[in-house]
Design a protein around this ligand. Structure first.
Ligand SMILES: Cc1cc2nc3c(=O)[nH]c(=O)nc-3n(C[C@H](O)[C@H](O)[C@H](O)COP(=O)(O)OP(=O)(O)OC[C@H]3O[C@@H](n4cnc5c(N)ncnc54)[C@H](O)[C@@H]3O)c2cc1C
Length: 426
């Protein structure tokens, strides 16, 4: 039988192992850390996790379909709860005993009939298939700052706890979900807290009329995207008011055209003056930062919440050189026998998609031996199909949003594809 190597034992790698194991397909599972859980293990060297982190999608919408999150979890579980949920998923399905821990993969090479996987200790193994699931939030995107800054500057990948901010004058650059969370930590712990944003965002409250925002959206009527954008735009305006009144820039795009910024606390802290919003940085001299509007701040710590590179250093030439791996439906490489999981950039909950995609990959692998015609048929689909998975949303033109897909559109398309191929997915 044709063996598969799975690289990574975060949620994506676990979903892959579960799908292969359920079908009795042989696999080898490699993980560089000493336990499962991926970036949710705050102790894992290089993890971007920090103590105040919580899920931004709700427990109701976010668990693996085959293993819902516990009922006694709060709407938005903490990083500790997500880690224990993932460990419970691995234990329940007997996945952890089969993982080679403390085993980093250094290289994946194409060989006749498959791939050669080389571990950091030099040991190699050959596999017909490889599922690459190393995560996308480990390699920081460190930007150059203008001018000459003499204070401390670091990327938020190294940030762990609000204690690090006590007694400091802190500037957070970037307002993604991590940047917004860390600016809130600074609002409570630092002597001075400032956040610099290049563009305005639509802040989506975590609860809308007492329900998690994703549950609220899911239960609502299905509308054409233009109408949904209008309705949610008005709703956010009613709930949040005018963001410019808090010093935030006016969004230059419609709702849903950027990755959702799920944060109510930042608005709260801005409204209380515990954090100050500034535009992009123009120049720095010593510890004095000048912003695009001419305002200045004297700060001794700059935290770059400027995102991550979606690189796969051990298999870059196989995954493509673009800003994101070149994968059909975010999972199927045009290189036969190569797959990626965890690369989907979407406004939906990732774990549902991970389990759906993992199940599709497993069925495609199963087809190779049992139904070669169907294997060939799907290989042709991988090579030629280029679906539009935006649902009409014009995602902003940025590296983060290159290849971004709408959660509803991709889920629908996965179901259609599975049906066409005679596969089942959760
Ligand atoms: C603060 C925060 C909040 C988030 N909130 C949500 C949310 O609400 N909902 C949601 O769906 N997602 C959320 N995410 C996204 C998050 O990326 C996913 O939850 C998830 O952890 C990604 O899973 P993964 O398995 O793809 O990657 P990871 O969790 O990063 O796991 C990858 C694994 O691969 C291993 N690995 C990497 N390279 C190698 C190698 N060379 N050899 C061997 N092993 C290797 C790593 O050690 C790691 O264990 C959030 C992320 C952050 C940082």
């Amino acid at each position: 039988m044709l063996d598969t190597a799975i690289i990574g034992a975060g949620p994506a790698g676990l979903a892959a192992a579960h799908a292969l194991k359920e079908r009795g397909l042989p696999y080898t599972h490699l993980e560089r850390n000493s336990g499962v859980g991926g970036l949710w293990d705050i102790e894992a060297p290089g993890s971007p996790m920090y103590e105040s982190a919580h899920f931004i999608s709700s427990k109701t919408m976010s668990g693996f379909p085959s293993f819902p999150m516990p009922d006694d979890y709060p709407d938005y579980p903490s990083y500790k709860q997500i880690l224990s949920y993932l460990r419970a998923f691995a234990a329940e399905n007997g996945l952890d005993q089969r993982i080679e821990f403390d085993t980093a993969v250094e290289k994946v090479d194409k060989i006749e009939g498959g791939y050669r996987v080389t571990r950091a200790n030099g040991v190699t193994s050959d596999h017909a298939h490889v599922i690459v699931a190393p995560g996308v939030q480990w390699i920081p995107n460190v930007i150059d700052l203008p001018g000459r800054y003499t204070g401390e500057v670091r990327h938020t990948v190294t940030y762990r706890s609000a204690k690090e901010l006590e007694g400091r004058r802190v500037l957070v650059i970037g307002a993604g979900n991590s940047g917004a969370d860390i600016a809130c930590d600074a609002a409570r712990s630092a002597d001075r807290a400032v956040i610099s944003l290049r563009r305005g965002y639509h802040f989506i409250p975590k609860h809308v009329f007492g329900k998690p925002a994703d549950v609220f959206a899911d239960e609502g009527p299905t509308m054409p995207m233009w109408l949904e954008q209008r309705v949610f735009g008005v709703l956010l305006r009613i709930l949040n008011g005018d963001p410019t009144r808090l010093g935030l820039p006016k969004p230059d795009h419609k709702v849903f055209e950027t990755h959702p910024l799920m944060n109510t606390q930042l608005l709260h802290h801005l409204g209380h003056g515990d954090v100050t919003a500034r535009p992009a940085i123009k120049d720095i001299e010593g510890t004095v930062v000048t912003f695009a509007d001419g305002s200045t701040e004297d700060v001794d710590l700059i935290l770059l919440a400027t995102g991550y590179h979606h690189a796969v250093p051990f298999a870059q030439e196989l995954m493509g050189e673009g800003p994101h791996p070149d994968l059909y439906l975010t999972a199927f490489s045009r290189n036969e026998g190569l797959y990626g999981l965890g690369f989907v950039e979407t406004n939906g909950a990732a774990y549902v998609l991970m389990e759906q995609l993992a199940t599709m990959i497993a069925q495609h692998i199963e087809d190779r031996e049992k139904r070669p015609d169907r294997w060939q048929q799907f290989e042709r689909v991988i090579a030629t199909d280029t679906p539009d998975l935006t649902r009409g949303i014009r995602f902003v033109d940025s590296t983060r949003h290159a290849g971004y897909v709408d959660g509803v559109a991709i889920t629908k398309y996965l179901h259609r594809t599975a049906k066409r191929m005679g596969w089942t997915i959760p």
